[in-house]
Design a protein around this ligand. Structure first.
Ligand SMILES: C[S@@+](CC[C@H](N)C(=O)[O-])C[C@H]1O[C@@H](n2cnc3c(N)ncnc32)[C@H](O)[C@@H]1O
Length: 194
């Protein structure tokens, strides 16, 4: 798992971006999650979203890389952490009221499978909230297609993934879409309709 190699340096590498953009985007993204609810996070990484959960939420954070989880453990006493593949979640149907993923869908090999798992494990009417970098429109999109060849080879990151479109194709209803930095980053709020 490629993120086992990055785990130790991940927080440090992201620190300038956290300070400039990510921290406020994370706060905004988690503000769409319901209070008093069962929340599932997938690809939780080193736990960068944990400070923005409300104490009223019962959260389970999953992550495929055991090394990333080691660092996530240092950031929480209340969130349940579990090593799991988003394409094959170890939960029963309708186990959660809402789900969260930030900067995750670009690195999941089969995003359709992960969306199917989220649709299965989140109850009807529940929310799926995503913060993802995506392929922008126009000429910039073409440069992302080129860049993606390199990022997939180097870090298994699909830089040109059209996550909003894929979510819709997988049967999720997009209820809000906030585009940031020329559409390169999308805050996507979906509703599960079963
Ligand atoms: C760019 S990091 C984002 C981490 C964190 N969500 C954040 O916002 O900082 C992508 C994460 O997705 C995880 N990931 C990739 N494929 C996954 C999968 N199939 N199931 C669960 N997690 C996965 C990686 O291990 C990594 O921790």
């Amino acid at each position: 798992m490629i993120y086992d190699k990055f785990a130790r340096k991940y927080d440090c590498a992201l620190a300038p971006f956290e300070k400039r953009f990510l921290r406020q985007w994370r706060r905004e993204t988690l503000s769409f999650l319901p209070e008093n609810a069962r929340i599932l996070e997938i690809g939780a990484g080193t736990g960068a979203n944990f400070p923005f959960y409300s104490h009223l939420q019962q959260a389970v954070a999953t992550e495929i890389s055991s090394k990333m989880l080691t660092f996530a453990k240092e950031k929480t006493n209340s969130i349940v952490l579990l090593q799991a593949d988003a394409e094959n979640l170890p939960f029963a149907e309708n186990s959660f009221d809402a789900a969260l993923a930030t900067l995750v869908f670009c690195s999941i090999p089969q995003p359709e499978k992960a969306f199917a798992e989220l649709r299965r494990t989140i109850r009807n009417g529940g929310k799926i909230v995503l913060l993802e970098h995506v392929r922008p429109n126009g000429l910039l999109g073409i440069s992302f297609d080129c860049l993606s060849v390199l990022t997939v080879a180097a870090i298994e990151d699909h830089f040109n993934r059209e996550t909003t479109k894929i979510a819709e194709k997988c049967g999720l209803k997009i209820v809000e879409l906030r585009k940031k930095v020329f559409g390169i980053v999308n805050l996507i709020v979906c509703e599960v309709v079963k």
